[in-house]
Every structure is written in structure tokens, then in C-alpha cells.
Design a protein around this ligand. Structure first.
Ligand SMILES: [Zn+2]
Ligand SMILES: [Zn+2]
Length: 366
């Protein structure tokens, strides 16, 4: 089938909208006509070569759309179903079997190999292979083939084109709070970074009744927006020491929970610095491989602090995304306020606006 896709022709090159071919879904695949797809930091760092990836490639991993056909072994969805696409997982390793598919032992084979497990690609351009199955889905295409286990069925009365970011950026922030840190009502929390992930974490914290939410960033306009969304305090760490400021807000105690969504090396020490004794700190921001920080083990030990590295909100997408949708429908998780939509053809503009921070979560609409 001829489709339209945003192809990265070579590392660090801009996206090019091209007409390419998608093949038929395999026995365990679902073919989806995309309605929308979010733009995420991970697409940009793969385009820019932070990790080796076979180009040309179709990236994109926050897709939502309508099922148009399914392989013969697929039983959980059928043509016409509305779905959100999440990262893929094998389903049979120890991590998958214990409910932690984000840490699937075979994740790279399913999500970042640039092909199916068997090495074939779903896409071709004039007969030449184009990398597919990025995060199991390669959603920067009008139609794509994805594995059954990364589709999540969603209700049909919702604005389908806006739901894709639930599959990555939004569940990354919200899952860090709801699945891992689990702050109780009335708790204190600091979040470094007011991008889509940080703001999704904040909205989840508000939903469960956290009453002190301190948002930390270096851009005043973003801090102002976080305040409009419900942050109780904001700190611009460009002109204020966040460790001192958090201490002063919390009467010297520090916060019980803290989350870094920036992946910035200099923030790591601040993250541990703001947490109260026996608190819980989470790390979700992607840092380049090879980023190292020093840590005083003696000092760290006497704090009793728990540090969790959290991928994709440590969620089981088929369980967690419906919960986020239920919160959204109840008016308690307005993640759509983080989104700005763009025409699919404006993909390079959407990435530029994401990089500059002008848009928290761009969503391309087909
Ligand atoms: Zn697995
Ligand atoms: Zn992502």
C-alpha cells in the first residue's frame, strides 16, 4: 500500500515527507491508520545520532489511530477499533512476566532495531528498505504496522488524535508518580523540568492529592504555565539555588518526593539535595550514554533516600493508559492542556518548537 511518511534520510538530516510503501501486517501485527502522533525528545536524539540507528528511517512513537487490518493471530483488537500505540515488549521475559515491560530484556530487539524481529522492514521506498518498528510502531506515517502487544484499545468518543502522547511522554511523567513514587495525599514533591513529562507528573500528583508541588526550571514563562496548571511553588534555578529554595519552602525539611525529568548532569546533585531523609527520588530524564556524576556514598547512605530510575513510567500500557483516560474523563488529568497540534507536513516546525520549548507537546495530525 502506498502511504505518506516522514523519513529521516540520514543522521542529523531534517524529516522529508515522502510517498513510500507499507507491506501487509504479519501474523502478530496490527495495521493502523494514524490519526495523530506526538513528537518526543527520543525521536530527536535518534535523528541526531545519540545512538546508532539504520537510516533512512521512519521514527515516531506516540501514535494513535484506527485499526484497519490485523494478522491471523491477533485477538485483542479488530478493524475499526480506536487504539493508542505504546512501546513494544516481548511478553515472555522475567521483566514482562512480573509486570515491568518497560524493562523488557528484549526491548532493543522490539523497539530500536529498525526492523521486525526477523530483520524485515514494514516500509520500502522504491524497493529499498526503510527502517520501521521504532518503539514497535514508527508512527510518523499515515499507515503503519505494529505488534499486537503495543496497541491499547481506547474509547471511541474521545479526541483520538490527541491520545498518542499517553503512550510515551505522558505515561512517563504520570507513571513515575502513580506507579513508582506513589506520594500520599498531603505529601511534598519537587519536580525538575516543566516540559511535557514534568507537567504530566505534576498533573498526576495533583490528581492524587499532593498539596505541596514545587516546579523547578530555568524558563520563567514555563514556570508561569506550571503555576496556572496547579504548581504551588516555582523556582527559577538559573537565579536561585533550588536546594536552598526548597528547604526554605519546606521549613528546612526538604521534600518527601522529588523527580528529575531533565537528564541534566548538574541537576542530579540538586535532586538528592532537595529530598528529605528517607525520601524517594526518581530519575526519568534521558541523559546521553556515558554521562557520569560523582556521588558521596557516605553522605548518601546516612540520608536513607531511595533512588529509582524509571522508564516509561514503569507501566503496563494496557492497564495504565485506560486509568489515565479515566482520570482525564473525570476532569482530574487535563493532559490535553500540554498539547499543541500541527499539520503532519509541518513536522520539522513541530520539532523546532519542541526543542526551543515554545511547545510542550507537539502532536502531528494526519
Ligand atoms: Zn520482555
Ligand atoms: Zn518518547
Amino acid at each position: 500500500m502506498k502511504i505518506s511518511a516522514a523519513v529521516v534520510p540520514s543522521t542529523r538530516a531534517p524529516f522529508e515527507i515522502r510517498e513510500i510503501e507499507v507491506d501487509a501486517p504479519r501474523h502478530n501485527e496490527v495495521q493502523v491508520k494514524l490519526a495523530g502522533t506526538g513528537v518526543c525528545h527520543t525521536d530527536a536524539i535518534v535523528r541526531d545520532g545519540w545512538m546508532p540507528y539504520t537510516m533512512p528511517a521512519v521514527l515516531g512513537h506516540e501514535g494513535s489511530g484506527i485499526v484497519i487490518s490485523v494478522g491471523e493471530d491477533v485477538t485483542s483488537v479488530q478493524p475499526g477499533d480506536h487504539v493508542v500505540l505504546a512501546p513494544a515488549y516481548c511478553g515472555h521475559c522475567d521483566q514482562c512476566l512480573t509486570g515491568h515491560p518497560s524493562y523488557c530484556r528484549n526491548s532493543s530487539t522490539y523497539n530500536s532495531k529498525g526492523s521486525r524481529v526477523d530483520g524485515s522492514t514494514a516500509f520500502t521506498d522504491d524497493g529499498a528498505p526503510v527502517s520501521s518498528h521504532f518503539f514497535g510502531q514508527s508512527s510518523f506515517a499515515s499507515v503503519t504496522n505494529t505488534y499486537e502487544n503495543n496497541v491499547v484499545k481506547v474509547p471511541e468518543h474521545l479526541p483520538l488524535e490527541l491520545l498518542g502522547p499517553l503512550g510515551c511522554g505522558i505515561q512517563t511523567g504520570a507513571g513515575a508518580i502513580l506507579n513508582v513514587l506513589k506520594p500520599p495525599a498531603g505529601a511534598t514533591l519537587a519536580i525538575f523540568g516543566t516540559g511535557a513529562v514534568g507537567c504530566a507528573a505534576m498533573l498526576a500528583a495533583i490528581a492524587v492529592g499532593v498539596t505541596t508541588i514545587i516546579m523547578i526550571d530555568i524558563v520563567d514563562s514555563r514556570l508561569e504555565f506550571a503555576k496556572q496548571l496547579g504548581a504551588t511553588h516555582t523556582i527559577n534555578s538559573r537565579d536561585t539555588d533550588p536546594v536552598e529554595a526548597v528547604k526554605s519552602i519546606t521549613a528546612g525539611r526538604g521534600v518527601e518526593y522529588a523527580l528529575d525529568t531533565t537528564g541534566n548532569k548538574s541537576v542530579f546533585g540538586q535532586l538528592l539535595g532537595v529530598v528529605a531523609p528517607h525520601g524517594h527520588a526518581g530519575l526519568v530524564g534521558a541523559a546521553a550514554f556515558g554521562s557520569e556524576v560523582g556521588i558521596d556514598i557516605g553522605l548518601f547512605l546516612i540520608t536513607g533516600v531511595t533512588l529509582s530510575a524509571i522508564l516509561e513510567g514503569d507501566s503496563v500500557p494496557q492497564v495504565f493508559i485506560p486509568r489515565l483516560i479515566a482520570l482525564y474523563e473525570a476532569g482530574r488529568f487535563p493532559f490535553d492542556k500540554l498539547i499543541k497540534t500541527y499539520e503532519f507536513a509541518s513536522i520539522n516546525e513541530a520539532f523546532a518548537d519542541s526543542a526551543s520549548g515554545d511547545t510542550l507537546k507537539p502532536v502531528l495530525v494526519y
